[in-house]
Design a protein around this ligand. Structure first.
Ligand code: ZN
Ligand code: ZN
Length: 367
């Protein structure tokens, strides 16, 4: 991973946010910028310096993982030790001069109490400034190494689904399906699941976030499976909806409409197009089928070190897509008390359009 390049990009955007430095506390951002994968660490980034703070538990790991940053190990919590270090090194950083020093914090991630405590610890002349999504924006465009990792995660997820399908039948509990899928994932080298596995069958398929329950899969109806694996730090995310028993005419109609909407959204993905344009491509298809009111969530989201990243593929999202962004396309239709269908692929935005990463078939599978 080219940490130096990423740090330079982050440093270059300090000015845009009107800050002299930023204290990175959100762990995926810390990992993105310097490689540290532990659970306690903070990175202080200025225009020309990077200092990483962690505690004694991570001394060895920090030495092995952290690249292109000075490592400071202290007993106190990383943010506290960063504040103390700033007091001691104030002159180097530019404190004490007439102009005040503006330290950015990641407002979305740092709780109000922590921010207040930090504000009280910092020396006079140093002012806290809330920033939003400074590193997250840089993370939206994936580099080659990240794309390779994402591809591997997607392929692993897809291969696991082939086995999962064979286990789905009436009478089996949703949790059993999820458990076997998750066990297979770990056996195959996944570090964990990207999120709580969704297996939602029968009427439960109408719950967009129906995490696997102890309900038995009915002998006839849809089963929505939405899951992802984490492999070498990167998340996959896919949904397939299969049908147990003979599907009704309505079930078929809904499935075909969702599939058409998903394909229409994929066809709309290319550089320069906004998230809302892709979203409305899916919605238009469902409108024609009078199903749009049952599509109650957004069309997709970025994926990478985290399962939900920028950009958002939703209404009112004016930010445009760029080559190298990796997003999901996942429209769904949920008819309460009846049925639900969602189909989700991961795609990478290319120079001329996009490439679908998820290889699993989207034809309606009837079990
Ligand atoms: Zn998903
Ligand atoms: Zn998703």
């Amino acid at each position: 991973m080219d940490y130096e390049f990423r740090q330079k990009k982050a440093a270059a955007s300090l000015g845009e946010h009107h800050i002299d430095a930023i204290l990175i506390t959100h762990l995926p951002n810390v990992r993105y910028l310097c490689g540290f994968t532990g659970s306690a660490g903070t990175l202080l980034l200025t225009h020309d310096s990077r200092t990483f703070f962690t505690d004694g538990r991570y001394e060895l790991q920090a030495a092995q993982e952290v690249e292109n940053a000075k490592v400071v190990i202290k007993r106190s919590a990383p943010m506290q030790s960063a504040a103390e270090w700033m007091i001691r090194n104030g002159r180097k950083l530019g404190f004490g001069s007439r102009n005040s020093f503006k330290l950015g914090i990641e407002a979305e991630h740092l709780g109000a109490a922590s921010a207040q405590r930090l504000g009280r610890t910092l020396p006079q002349g140093c002012k806290l400034r809330h920033t939003s999504m400074l590193v997250e924006r840089i993370r939206t465009v994936k580099d080659t190494e990240e794309l390779n990792r994402l591809r591997s995660a997607v392929l692993l997820g897809s291969s696991l689904f082939d086995n999962t399908v064979n286990r789905i039948r009436g009478g089996v509990k949703e949790t059993e399906i999820a458990a076997e899928l998750e066990c297979d994932a770990r056996q195959s080298g996944a570090e964990g699941m990207s999120f709580q596995t969704i297996v939602a069958s029968g009427k439960r398929s109408a719950l967009p976030h129906g995490t696997a329950s102890t309900a038995a899969i009915p002998s006839r109806g849809f089963v929505v499976c939405d899951f992802g694996v984490i492999l070498t730090g990167y998340c996959s995310d896919m949904t397939r909806t299969v049908h147990v028993g003979r599907p009704s005419a309505e079930a078929r109609r809904v499935y075909e409409a969702v599939l058409e909407a998903q394909m229409a959204a994929i066809a709309a993905v290319r550089p320069g197009v906004s998230g809302s344009e892709v979203d409305s491509a899916a919605r238009k298809v469902l409108q024609k089928q009078r199903l749009a009111s049952y599509f109650t969530h957004s069309t997709g989201h970025g994926v990478g070190l985290e399962i939900h990243e920028l950009p958002r593929i939703a209404a009112k999202q004016a930010e445009t897509l760029r080559a190298g962004m990796v997003i999901t396309i996942e429209p769904g239709v949920y008819i309460p008390g009846k049925l639900g269908v969602r189909i989700e692929d991961m795609v990478v935005v290319t120079e001329n359009g996009c490439e679908v990463l998820t290889p699993t078939s989207k034809e309606l599978t009837i079990l």
